[in-house]
Design a binder for this molecule. Sequence first.
Ligand SMILES: O=P(O)(O)OC[C@H]1O[C@H](OP(=O)(O)O)[C@H](O)[C@@H]1O
Length: 320
Amino acid sequence: MLLNETAEQIRSMEIRGAGRIARSAVAALRDHAAGLDTSDTASFLRSMKEAADLLVATRPTAVSLPNAVQAVMRSLEGVKGVEEGRAAIKAASDSFILSSRHAVEWIGEIGARHISDGDVILTHCNSEAALSCILTAHREGKAIEVFATEVRPRNQGLLTIQALNDAGIPTNFIVDSAVRSYINDVDLVITGADAITVNGAVVNKIGTAQIALTAHEARTPMLVAAETYKFAPRTILGERIAIEERETAEVLDPAIAAGLPHVRVRNPAFDVTPGRYVDLIVTEIGAIPPAMAYMIIRDHLGWGIGEFHKAFEIDERIQE
Ligand SMILES: O=P(O)(O)OC[C@H]1O[C@H](OP(=O)(O)O)[C@H](O)[C@@H]1O
């Protein structure tokens, strides 16, 4: 697919969900590299960098996007010609897409072990990783029931209930504000994540933090299903995850809003759940407590404090 088309589809949320966004972005980079009409290495590299920047700028919160784009762009380090560059990008993109799909399957396997026969599960938004846990438990023959929220304003809950219905899982569809009313009927909350910080805070669809607090108060365990590429290395340096504020027209009809000059409509797409309200983060390499987020960033993603010093040349500046 054309680069600009993919970028627009991510921006408009035609392509959405942190994992899908990451896979589509690297596929777009691969196709862009394949189609670039140049034999000049410098202009090839420049155009790839522009493409990477365009894709990363489409949505600010899901860290899977810059992590995936960086992983693929890193394959260009040291390439000596355009054909070598195209081949490197293709290999890195294909490998990312494959491992991303495997990760979702592994998360399903591991997450399903935390689901018991007879469990009632509550999920919020539409997460491939969270659904993988639920669908795997169902395939294993566990009799489960699900509460799925509506997810205003974009109603991603409709996608979730479609998938659950297709699988034949008994499902209750509720408005977002009904979570407190049903939490005592729920055994386990499972959501996805768009980003996870070094201190184990989970950035996910708006409403997740309220659900986590409600679950905590009711002593209902909360699981977050997330691939390791949703952990945000730069939060080690104190970089904050930007919370995307989307168009207010998603919340209130502009014609109505125009008649309410004293009303400011707000539309943050995500919120932050502190790690202390999360029991486990299920990744493809195992289920970890949120307090172990730094180990994923350091040992699995390879971003120790030292790497940042190298990457940002902090060492040099310190010596000056
Ligand atoms: O990667 P998977 O697990 O599919 O989704 C992770 C998260 O991405 C989605 O964001 P949006 O709907 O793109 O704003 C939701 O917040 C969901 O929980």
